[in-house]
Design a protein around this ligand. Structure first.
Ligand SMILES: *Cc1c(COP(=O)(O)O)cnc(C)c1O
Length: 672
C-alpha cells in the first residue's frame, strides 16, 4: 500500500460498457437536496426511500443491506436466498450480552454468498463461451488472515475446490494447515527463501497442490536446487510484469519497474535455466497481478490480451502450461456509482469472468492450444462485504446558530455592517452576501490585530458572521448545485460527531490512502437527518477523522446525520471494510482490537458462532512491554505515601485503586 497522498478528485467517468450509470448530473457537484435546514419551510415527512437515496445503500449494499419499515438497516446475509436480520436490534441484543461498541460483526453467510457468486460467474462464463476448461479460484490470505474467516472460506469453498494464496512464510503456514480440500490449489507467492520453497515442495507429499510462483530471478536457482535435493518435481509458475497496468492507486503494481514479477527477458532466462536443469515440464503456470481495485474493465481486457500471449509463447517454448492465474484486482463498488471512479468499478463480477474466459479461449483457439485452468486471486471482492463495523457517537460539536440581536447605535461599524449583511440575505443575493460577510469578518480580525476592536467586539463580529453563514447555507441547500465558493462553507459549518472508534485501528485505509467506505446510521432512517457532519475519532491525532464520504459524483465532505437525542444512543455502521483493515490497524493511542462476533443465520433467527473479545488495556500495555502487576504496585505505593501525608482519604485511595485495576482489565474504548 502506498504512502499517504493528497488525492486528486476526478469526475467519475461513466462506465465504458455494460452497465448504465445511475442518473448522474452532467457536471458540477450534485448535492443531496433533501435535508432542508431549520430555516426552511416544514418539509413533508421523511421517508426511508429518501434515506436509501441519500446513503446510496442500494448502490453499494445490494443484495446484503437495505432499510426496513422501522427505519433500521437490515442485513440479508444469504443475499437473494432469503432471511434477514434487523441490524439495529442485533446490535442491541449483542450489547445486552455485554459486547460493547465498537463492535465488528461478521456474517459468515455473506462470505459463503461471495464465494458462490464468483464461482457461479465463472461457471456461467465457461458455459457461455463453451470453454473446455475449469476455474479454480484461490483466496489471498493477506486480505484477511483471521482464523475463523479462513476456516469458513475453506469450508464454503470446498464444493468449488477453492484454494488459498500465500504471500509470505507466515501465510504459507496458515494455508498449509488450513487447506484440506482435495484438488484445491495452494498458490505460493511473495518473497521466498530456501525454507519456504522446500516446505512448499514437501507439501506435495501430503496430497496438497502447491504451486510455487517464481517472482524474483534468484528464486529460480533456489527452486532447482530444492527440487534436486528433495527429489520432488514441483509445479512452478512465473509471475510476469505486464506492461498493461491498473489505474489509480495500485496502477504501479504492474509495469517494468513494478516491485514484483519477472520481466520478459527474465522469463526467457528462467525458461532456459529450467530447461538446462531438465525441469521445463515443471513450469505450468503464468501469473500476473496488475493491482487491487481495478475500476475500469478496459484495463483488465488489455492485461488479458498480453497475458494470454505470454502464456501461449511459454507453451511454444516447451513449458508444460496448465494454469493461468489472473491475480487479484476484482473491484468493490464502495460508492455504488458503477463508474470507473477509484471507489467504484464499471463492471460486474459476471463481466469480469466473461472477459477473462473469452480472452483466453480466443487466444488459445487461434494458437491451437488446449486452454488452461483459470485461477483468480480475488481478495477484496470476497472479503469486503462480510463484516460491518458498528460504533456509537459520544457527542457533537456545532457552530453556534443564533438569531442575533440588532446592534446598538454606538456599536462598532464593522458589527453594524455585519448585522446589516445578515438582515439583507435573500435567496437571490446570498452568494454576494457571503462574500460581503467574509470580507467584514476578515476586516474585524485585522481591526482587532491593530487594537481597534475589543475582544467582546470581535466575539460579537464572529458570532454575526456565523449567523450569516447559517442563513446562507440554509438557502443554498434549496439549489441543485452548490456554487464552488460555498463548498468550503458546508465543511466549515459542519458539526463534528465524535466516534467511539479509532480510525487507525479499525479503518487504517481511510487515514493511509483516503479510502472511502460507506458509512450511515443504523436507525432513525425514517427521520430526516438535519445535521451535516464530519467524524472525529478517539485518538489525539488530528488525522483521526473522516471527512470524505461516498457520493454519486466525486466525494462529499460532510455526511448527513441526525441530531442526537438525549439519553438515546446513536449507532453508525461502516460497511464493506472486511478486507485489509483489521491486520493493518495499529495501536495508535493504544486503542486495541475491537470486539468481534461471528453471526450465522438460522431458520429461527441467528446464532453467535464465535465471540472474539477485543483487547483489554492490560493486553495493549503488554504489547509495549508494561507489566501490569508492577503498575498496580506503583499506584499502591503512591497511595500509601499520600495516606501517610494525609493527602488522600482511605476511601479515595480505595476508589482510585479500584478504578485503576478495573480499567486495566477493561476495553480500550469508552463505555457507553
Ligand atoms: C493483494 C494481492 C491479491 C488480492 O488482490 P485483491 O485486489 O484484493 O483481489 C491477489 N494477488 C496478489 C499477488 C496480491 O498481492
Amino acid at each position: 500500500m502506498g504512502g499517504r497522498s493528497a488525492t486528486a478528485k476526478p469526475e467519475k467517468q461513466l462506465p465504458d460498457e455494460g452497465l448504465e450509470a445511475t442518473n448522474g448530473k452532467p457536471n458540477g457537484k450534485a448535492i443531496a437536496k433533501t435535508p432542508a435546514s431549520e430555516a426552511a419551510p416544514k418539509p413533508k415527512k421523511w421517508t426511508i426511500e429518501e434515506s436509501e437515496e441519500l446513503y446510496r445503500i442500494q448502490g453499494w449494499g445490494d443484495p446484503y443491506f437495505s432499510i426496513n419499515a422501522a427505519g433500521h438497516v437490515t442485513v440479508s446475509p444469504k443475499g437473494n436466498r432469503g432471511g434477514s436480520l434487523d441490524l439495529f436490534e442485533l446490535v442491541n441484543a449483542l450489547k445486552q450480552r455485554n459486547l460493547g461498541l465498537p463492535l465488528l460483526i461478521r456474517f459468515s453467510d455473506i462470505l459463503e454468498d461471495r464465494i458462490e457468486r464468483i464461482n457461479s460467474a465463472f461457471s456461467k462464463a465457461i458455459a457461455r463461451y463453451s470453454y473446455p476448461g475449469v476455474y479454480k479460484g484461490v483466496f489471498p490470505v493477506k486480505c484477511n488472515q483471521q482464523r475463523h474467516l479462513v476456516e469458513d472460506l475453506v469450508r464454503f469453498g470446498k464444493p468449488h475446490q477453492f484454494g488459498l494464496e500465500a504471500g509470505s512464510k507466515p501465510e504459507l503456514m496458515i494455508a498449509l494447515a488450513s487447506l484440506k480440500t482435495p484438488g484445491a490449489l495452494l498458490i505460493c507467492n511473495g518473497y521466498k527463501d530456501r525454507e519456504y520453497i522446500e516446505t512448499a515442495m514437501l507439501a506435495r507429499r501430503l496430497g496438497q497442490t502447491p504451486i510455487i510462483v517464481l517472482e524474483q530471478i534468484e528464486e529460480v536457482e533456489l527452486a532447482i536446487e530444492a527440487s534436486k535435493k528433495l527429489g520432488i518435481q514441483p509445479i512452478l509458475g512465473v509471475r510476469a510484469k505486464l506492461s498493461a497496468r491498473g489505474i489509480g492507486r495500485w496502477g504501479t503494481s504492474a509495469g517494468d519497474r513494478a516491485k514484483f514479477g519477472l520481466t520478459v527477458p527474465e522469463i526467457i532466462n528462467t525458461v532456459n535455466q529450467l530447461k538446462a536443469a531438465n525441469m521445463l515440464g515443471c513450469l505450468q503456470l503464468l501469473h500476473f497481478h496488475i493491482g487491487s481495485q481495478i475500476s475500469a474493465i478496459s484495463v483488465l481486457k488489455e492485461a488479458m490480451r498480453e497475458a494470454s500471449q505470454i502464456y501461449i509463447e511459454l507453451s511454444k517454448l516447451g513449458a508444460n502450461m496448465q494454469y493461468l492465474d489472473v491475480g487479484g484486482g476484482l473491484g468493490v463498488d464502495y460508492d455504488g456509482s458503477q463508474t470507473n471512479f477509484h471507489a467504484s468499478k464499471n463492471y460486474s463480477t459476471q463481466n469480469y469472468a466473461n472477459d477473462v474466459v473469452a480472452a483466453v479461449r480466443d487466444a488459445c483457439a487461434i494458437a491451437n492450444l488446449p486452454v488452461p485452468t483459470l485461477i483468480s486471486e480475488s481478495g477484496r471482492a470476497i472479503a469486503s462485504h462480510q463484516s460491518v463495523l458498528v460504533f456509537d457517537i459520544l457527542g457533537t460539536s456545532d457552530v453556534a446558530s443564533e438569531t442575533p440581536e440588532p446592534p446598538q447605535e454606538d456599536e462598532h461599524l464593522i458589527v453594524r455592517n455585519l448585522y446589516e449583511t445578515y438582515t439583507s440575505i435573500t435567496a437571490e443575493n446570498f452568494l454576494e452576501m457571503y462574500h460581503d460577510a467574509t470580507q467584514f469578518k476578515e476586516e474585524a480580525v485585522n481591526l482587532f490585530g491593530f487594537g481597534y476592536l475589543s475582544l467582546p467586539e470581535r466575539a460579537r463580529a464572529e458570532r454575526l458572521y456565523w449567523s450569516c453563514c447559517h442563513k446562507i447555507i440554509a438557502l443554498s441547500r434549496h439549489l441543485d448545485y452548490i456554487p464552488d465558493d460555498l463548498e468550503d462553507l458546508e465543511k466549515i459549518m459542519a458539526s463534528i460527531y465524535y466516534m467511539n472508534l479509532s480510525v487507525f485501528q479499525s479503518a487504517p485505509d481511510i487515514w493511509g490512502i483516503d479510502q472511502l467506505f460507506p458509512i450511515m446510521p443504523l436507525h432513525r432512517l425514517n427521520e430526516e437527518p438535519t445535521k451535516r457532519a464530519t467524524l472525529a475519532d478517539l485518538t489525539c491525532d488530528s488525522d483521526g477523522k473522516i471527512d470524505q464520504f461516498i457520493d454519486l459524483r466525486d466525494v462529499k465532505s460532510v455526511l448527513e446525520l441526525h441530531a442526537l437525542k438525549p439519553d438515546e444512543p446513536y449507532y453508525l455502521g461502516m460497511f464493506l471494510n472486511g478486507a485489509y483493515q483489521e491486520i493493518m490497524g495499529n495501536l495508535h493511542n493504544l486503542f486495541g482490537d475491537t470486539n468481534t462476533v461471528h453471526i450465522q443465520l438460522t431458520p429461527k433467527g441467528y446464532q453467535i458462532q464465535h465471540v472474539v473479545r477485543g483487547d483489554t488495556i492490560e493486553e495493549v500495555l503488554g504489547y509495549v512491554q508494561y507489566d501490569v502487576e508492577d503498575m498496580i504496585e506503583s499506584i499502591r505505593l503512591q497511595t500509601e505515601h499520600a495516606l501517610e501525608d494525609d493527602r488522600i482519604t482511605l476511601q479515595e485511595s480505595q476508589l482510585l485503586l479500584q478504578n485503576y485495576e478495573r480499567s486495566l482489565s477493561g476495553y480500550t474504548y469508552l463505555l457507553s
